[in-house]
Design a binder for this molecule. Structure first.
Ligand SMILES: Cc1cc2nc3c(=O)[nH]c(=O)nc-3n(C[C@H](O)[C@H](O)[C@H](O)COP(=O)(O)O)c2cc1C
Length: 238
């Protein structure tokens, strides 16, 4: 009995230590992410809608690059749906809405939130496995991102800007020199998913490729092995 008690105390001690070192772990253990918004904590996202209402053909025929948005906030369910469309997990094996060479998933997805109901202002990283957002940086980074994108106003004025980045090494480990092609093909799949989802939500978006890699990487605090690939501002159509 005594042995059991000391074992329990030890296990409890390890659990506390683990949670102190990695607060995000609380998500898995408690079942529900801590919805504290900022400070490196996780923001739980509403479950995605996997049925929708707009037929694919209508969505395709309505897709256009939209660069002017209403001065109106997006909602957390809309952000959740857009993230899921781009990189959400859709199978028990961890496969996603967009294909990935060797299922190695080199893409990382961020959102610079400026006006989103239920979400703080700042930069967040999407965690597909948890369908949650992790705070990376507080404060409105849209103007800085717009400057990095050669002053493009949609980046500054959209309520939210999605940023696709990639860690090419994940794919290169298996595919070597062919991996760069694969990573670029993958971001096309994922970004198109997001743009089509925007149409289905009656939102506007534009895929932006013209920006300073160094400046976007600095604003997003990307690691040395990670490269920015696309900025996608999203807002309500004017
Ligand atoms: C790789 C790529 C990079 C792009 N970069 C920009 C950009 O930096 N700024 C912008 O306003 N639009 C950008 N676009 C959007 C194109 O200008 C747009 O797709 C094109 O004018 C056709 O219009 P549509 O998308 O409405 O069919 C880019 C599109 C692609 C595919």
């Amino acid at each position: 009995m005594c042995w059991n008690k000391s074992l329990f105390a030890k296990a409890f001690g390890w659990l506390v230590l683990l949670l102190v070192l990695n607060p995000g772990l609380g998500v898995g253990l408690a079942g529900q992410p801590t919805n504290t918004g900022l400070d490196g904590h996780l923001v739980a996202l509403p479950a995605p809608d996997t049925r929708g209402t707009l037929p694919l053909e209508t969505t395709l025929s309505k897709r256009r690059s939209i660069r002017r948005y209403q001065d109106s906030a997006l909602t957390l369910p809309e952000i959740s749906q857009l993230l899921w469309a781009a990189q959400g997990i859709t199978s028990k094996r961890g496969f996603r809405t967009a294909p990935s060479a060797g299922a190695l998933y080199p893409l990382e997805l961020y959102v610079a939130a400026g006006q989103v109901e239920g979400l703080g202002v700042g930069i967040f990283q999407y965690l597909p496995q948890k369908h949650a957002l992790q705070s990376i940086e507080t404060g409105d980074q849209r103007a800085a991102l717009a400057r990095a994108a050669l002053g493009q106003q949609p980046v500054k004025l959209a309520p939210a800007v999605f940023i696709f980045a990639a860690v090419p090494g994940r794919t290169a480990a298996k595919y070597g020199r062919r991996s760069l092609r694969y990573v670029l093909q993958e971001v096309g799949h994922a970004a198109q998913n997001l743009c089509l989802q925007a149409v289905a939500l009656e939102l506007g978006s534009v895929a932006i490729g013209a920006f300073s890699d160094e400046d976007v990487a600095r604003i997003l605090k990307l690691k040395d092995d990670e490269i920015p690939l696309y900025l996608v501002p999203v807002g309500r159509v004017k």
